[in-house]
Design a protein around this ligand. Structure first.
Ligand code: FPP
Length: 260
């Protein structure tokens, strides 16, 4: 039996530069420990990497860069580390805002951000407002974010739509779910990078990475360089994305897209 899906096959693009790169920034603590430093020293150095990689993403012509800066699970870390991270994020965002504007970078955030301390949240919202006119790279910070939280939230909101008769159960499809996620205004990531050596997803963008290419590197986040970021982009450029199709179908789709 052939089941006809109502969901169109994802468009197979022949572009070699990813539109959306998402990064799990891992290894700050181990970087610090290896130097006999406090874990927060790793986070401080990690902010320098955020600046460097944001710049590299802009230079490469990437449209969206989503950084996993603080997970829902990170709230369970020692309070002193949570406080230091929140302070650092607020300070860094305020300090970097003029440069973000100068570089035409627009800041956005996703996550259960109402849980953020008011001081950090005010600074983040100030930066989001100040950069809202920027039309280059969109830098999206995932803060107090977890994919399971996001999916549960989407189910709750879709259920409300159904209860209020604004949505029929039979009309719910993959596009509906995508529209109710925090990432609704962004394309799905083309490339997911994780630094720090572990090879897992850690509750990050579980729905959105269905067809993302994944790149793991052992380099700790504070040591991650522009050059290494470009190596990840090169690895992406060398891959064939098939989205469940055959290689032949992908090639003929690309021919079709490029022929007059
Ligand atoms: C994971 O390393 C990293 C984090 C939990 C925090 C990442 C946050 C930053 C780099 C600051 C971001 C700031 C801005 C302005 C976006 P880990 O502590 O889990 O390292 P480990 O696995 O070696 O212990």
């Amino acid at each position: 039996m052939t089941v006809q899906s109502t969901i169109p096959a994802p468009h197979v693009s022949d572009t070699k530069v990813p539109v959306h790169v998402a990064i799990i920034m891992d290894g700050n603590g181990r970087w610090a420990k290896a130097r006999g430093l406090d874990r927060s020293a790793g986070h401080v150095e990690g902010v320098n990497t955020v600046r460097r990689i944001t710049e590299a993403a802009s230079e490469a012509g990437i449209g969206y860069l989503t950084l996993y800066a603080f997970s829902t699970e990170n709230w369970n870390r020692p309070q002193s580390e949570v406080d230091a991270l929140m302070h650092l994020i607020g300070m860094a965002i305020e300090r970097e805002t003029p440069d973000l504007i100068r570089n035409n970078v627009r800041l956005t955030m996703i996550g259960d951000t109402d849980r953020m301390p008011p001081e950090a949240l005010d600074r983040l919202n100030g930066c989001i407002e100040s950069t809202s006119h920027c039309s280059g790279l969109t830098l999206c910070l995932a803060l107090s974010y977890s994919a399971r939280w996001e999916l549960a939230e989407a189910v709750r909101r879709i259920s409300n739509e159904v209860a209020d008769r604004r949505l029929a159960v039979g009309d719910i499809d993959e596009h509906t779910v995508s529209r109710f996620l925090t990432t609704a205004s962004m394309p799905d990531p083309d490339l997911l990078i994780r630094t720090g050596g572990d090879q897992r997803i850690s509750n990050f963008l579980l729905w959105q990475i269905a067809y993302s290419e994944i790149y793991f590197t052992p380099t700790y986040w504070p040591d991650f360089t522009k050059e290494q970021f470009r190596e990840a982009l090169d690895s992406y450029a060398g891959r064939e994305r098939r989205f469940g199709l055959t290689s032949e179908q992908v090639l003929s789709d690309c021919d079709g897209a490029t022929s007059p």
